[in-house]
Design a binder for this molecule. Structure first.
Ligand code: DX5
Ligand code: ZN
Length: 229
């Protein structure tokens, strides 16, 4: 396993009534990021958590908060999440009228910026913004719910984005993280890593199935160990 592989538990599958305790537990268990899913019942058919909850979570952890915006429009919420302690903010290009402006708004707010691609969203949205990205997030399920099955056609798409990032870096560009979100489990994380991902979101795999002996630490260790297989 490379030292640059990051595990980002999605708190969508956490116990929201005990959220402070839950995020402290995943940080203690070795999580690299808190993945924070924001849904608006407009861009996606579900409703979750906003900047006030982000601010509350911020007080409980030191690791970066990775805010995944599934909202439309996007721009209005960016400064609110930055003020609430977000470190990374990603959004779906089809949910923003002005993608370049939204990326700049995120960076101006002091956060790292990224685009999210649904399973059927084409990669051409990357064409003119590579120099403005800190992270690219590929969805391996359709957004809106935790606990769905990994869509296998994401694997060649991950490999294609890995090629684009490597070419960008080889020609002098900044590093860009490649994150994958949806249906990642101990059983398939190695294939996702081999395809070229470096950052792995896991919601139900962490919060829904803590190791009987090792709890969240146990499952995070098993995810890391499985990457080597
Ligand atoms: C889906 C969310 C994901 C989700 C992942 O719209 O963006 O982050 O919580 O959950 P699992 O790992 O259960 O697929
Ligand atoms: Zn997500």
């Amino acid at each position: 396993m490379s030292a640059t592989h990051r595990i980002a538990p999605s708190i969508l599958s956490a116990d929201f009534a005990r959220l402070g305790e839950e995020v402290r537990a995943i940080e203690a268990a070795g999580a690299d990021l808190v993945h924070f899913d924001v849904m608006d019942n407009h861009y996606v058919p579900n409703l979750t958590i906003g900047p006030m909850v982000c601010e509350a979570v911020r007080r409980h952890v030191g690791i970066p908060i990775d805010v995944h915006l599934m909202v439309e429009p996007v721009d209005r919420l960016v400064p609110d999440f930055a003020a609430a302690g977000a470190n990374l903010i990603t959004f779906h290009p089809e949910a923003s009228r002005h993608v370049d402006r939204t990326l700049q708004t995120i960076r101006d707010a002091g956060c790292r910026a990224g685009l999210v691609f649904n399973p059927a969203t084409p990669l051409h949205h990357l064409d003119h913004v590579m120099d403005r990205l800190d992270i690219i997030l590929l969805m391996s399920v359709n957004p809106g719910f935790g606990g769905q099955s990994f869509i296998a056609s994401t694997l060649p798409k991950i490999a294609e984005v890995r090629r684009r990032i490597d070419a960008h870096v080889a020609s002098g560009g900044q590093p860009i993280w490649l994150e994958v979100d949806g249906g990642i489990k101990v059983e398939n994380i190695a294939a996702v890593a081999r395809a070229g991902a470096d950052t792995f979101v896991a919601g139900s795999a962490v919060f829904g199935a803590p190791d009987p002996d090792g709890g969240y630490h146990g499952v995070i260790q098993r995810l890391r160990a499985a990457m080597d297989t």
